[in-house]
Ligand binder design. Structure first.
Ligand code: ADP
Length: 163
């Protein structure tokens, strides 16, 4: 069975990667797809985020990487994924995720949303926290794959102070 793991991944964190690794043991193929959400302004370009995911998942033979805009269920159909995969870090994620899952179910009854609980050691991690720590010069190497830590340093160098 093929599963679609959609997200902003701005940037990819070790929490995302852990979820991908575990999903790879459950599904034949895991399609990790960057959602180009018009209501969000990402700090990393689509190309950068795809590169980050491709580099970090190189050791996993059953990962495919893609991107989409529009409806997740439509993209799931396009990838022939019967499952949409999402991560749950805390109770605070639950309400929002349940709403999306119900919405997707109402649009595509044949596609199931499967939630994986985040690994305890990564449950505090979010892309926003990582960006915040990096912005103030904190070490993020225990939060993101190696390549992403380098990208964050590059990003801060190209962003002038105060912006
Ligand atoms: P979105 O903007 O779609 O929420 P994110 O990139 O923030 O995209 O997250 C994508 C998915 O990964 C979501 O299901 C989210 O709950 C999950 N996720 C986010 N952070 C972590 C983490 N630290 N560990 C595991 N899953 C996570």
């Amino acid at each position: 069975m093929r599963a679609l793991y959609p997200g902003s991944f701005d940037p990819l964190t070790l929490g995302h990667l852990d979820l991908i690794e575990r999903a790879c043991r459950l599904f034949e193929v895991v399609v990790v797809a960057v959602l180009q959400n018009p209501s969000k302004t990402p700090v990393f370009s689509l190309r950068e985020r795809l590169d980050q995911i491709e580099t970090a998942t190189r050791h996993l033979s059953n990962v495919e990487v893609g991107s989409f805009d529009g409806l997740t269920v439509q993209y799931a159909r396009h990838c022939q994924a019967a499952v949409i995969l999402r991560g749950l870090r805390a109770l605070s994620d639950f309400e929002f995720e349940l709403q999306i899952a119900h919405t997707n179910k109402s649009l595509a009854a044949d596609i199931e949303t499967v939630f994986l609980a985040t690994a305890t050691q990564h449950s505090f991690l979010s892309s926003s926290v990582v960006k915040e720590v990096a912005r103030f010069g904190g070490d993020v190497r225990h939060m993101v794959p190696m390549g992403v830590a380098d990208d964050l340093i590059r990003l801060l160098n190209r962003t002038s102070p105060g912006t």
